[in-house]
Design a protein around this ligand. Structure first.
Ligand SMILES: [Zn+2]
Ligand SMILES: [Zn+2]
Length: 386
């Protein structure tokens, strides 16, 4: 969506459709902002609450959306192993297939693919003739590691806005992997290991699924491999991965290896085994910004995100047919203003969702109970932290 009026990075905006921390409920709203999280009054449950509640509907397993301490969890089937691993085997968890509906206090609830990570879902709520959809996090282009995003018609859509600025436009999957494979191949030919930093849940598996495994062996960090196992068990095809200490990997093999590790491994002794001459790169949507790449101090940045880019956000919002849009975590003020200019009723919801793209925490994808997302979040340089 190109337009002379499109907001630019760094621009300060005055919102007209409501402040980012607005969200004053209108009578009959199916979702309202409460201190515990996004709440459905007629259904008496929360969506991705950040404080402990009785009933939580969880859109996906990232640590800022799926938190410890709720009495009852509801999520998509494929999230079960991730949630139990992260929150404990003993959580009370009910799961639904995509499209399967339940009725709770008269609210008909169903989960629909969000294309973000394994088991990620949009939450559709229907009550009194109204339909609301809460997106959680989502991405439009299919990547082969989870069910592709499906647009769901609704009156009111609650969208994330992690990359809600027109500068964010992702390369296609084929273009992205041509670039990554080319980098890995050239490093391997030069006898240098290729270390690719990526978030442990979702991003790492997506990279594994897409790279050309014939170039060399692939090493997965200890924070990544347990999640690989979850994906494989769900039927996602991933190439074989080695443990860094595997005796099958001699020095020659290591010098041709692709190493997938969480960002925090960058400064850890674990990395030393790959030699002083390794090449490193960071895989994140933030890599579209040159400054972010510099701050990371890595050789390369690959622009790869499990969130929608600007055209994706716009296409998703249009695809719902919604007249009213709530914007959560990310470029809230910018998106609210932009959507208002497109004739939609838009306002922000203040939430406590973070940004797994920016998480620098080793265990970010595989946290112990109670861990929050976060770390050395660069956030979008143009946006205040939400
Ligand atoms: Zn997420
Ligand atoms: Zn999120």
């Amino acid at each position: 969506m190109d337009s002379a009026n499109a907001p630019r990075a760094g621009e300060t905006v005055q919102t007209t459709g409501g402040r980012a921390d607005a969200g004053a409920p209108a009578a009959g709203d199916l979702v309202v902002a409460r201190p515990e999280g996004l709440y459905c009054p007629p259904g008496d449950f929360y969506i991705d609450p950040w404080r402990p509640v009785d009933r939580a509907v969880i859109t996906h397993g990232h640590s800022d959306h799926a938190r410890v301490g709720h009495a009852h969890y509801l999520a998509q089937h494929d999230s079960a192993a991730i949630l139990r691993r992260r929150l404990g085997d003993d959580i009370t968890l009910q799961t639904l297939a995509y499209g399967e509906a339940i009725v709770h206090h008269g609210v008909r609830l169903s989960l629909h693919p969000a294309g973000h990570v394994l088991g990620s879902a949009q939450v559709r709520l229907e009550h009194g003739g109204r339909v609301w959809v809460a997106s959680g996090d989502y991405k439009l282009e299919a990547d082969g590691t989870n069910a592709p995003f499906e647009p769901v018609r609704c009156d009111t859509f609650i969208t994330e806005s992690t990359f809600g600025l027109p500068i964010y436009r992702w390369p296609s999957q084929p273009a992205l992997f041509a670039e990554i494979n080319d980098w890995w191949r050239r490093n391997a030919e030069a006898g240098r290991a290729s270390v690719l930093y990526a978030y442990a849940l979702g991003k790492a598996q997506r990279l594994l699924h897409g790279v050309d495994a014939s170039i060399g062996p692939i090493v997965a960090h200890g924070a990544v491999e347990p999640l690989n196992a979850v994906y494989r068990a769900a039927g996602v095809r991933l190439p074989p991965t080695f443990n860094a200490g595997d005796p099958a990997l001699d020095k020659a093999a290591l010098s041709r290896a692709l190493v997938i590790a969480p960002p925090s491994a960058a400064s850890s002794p674990w990395l030393k085994r790959f030699g002083p001459d390794l090449a490193d790169a960071f895989a994140s949507g933030w890599m579209q910004l040159r400054g972010t790449r510099r701050r990371r101090g890595v050789d390369r940045g690959f622009v790869v995100s499990d969130h929608a880019d600007w055209p994706g956000l716009m296409a998703a919002i249009r695809g719902t047919g919604a007249e009213r849009v709530f914007v959560t975590h990310g470029s809230v003020a910018t998106m609210v203003r932009w959507l208002g200019e497109q004739g939609l009723r838009a306002q922000g919801f203040a939430t406590e969702y973070g940004d797994e793209e920016a998480a620098g925490d080793t265990a970010a994808g595989d946290t112990a109970p109670g861990d929050a997302a976060g770390g050395d979040a660069p956030a979008s340089p143009s946006e205040p932290a939400q």
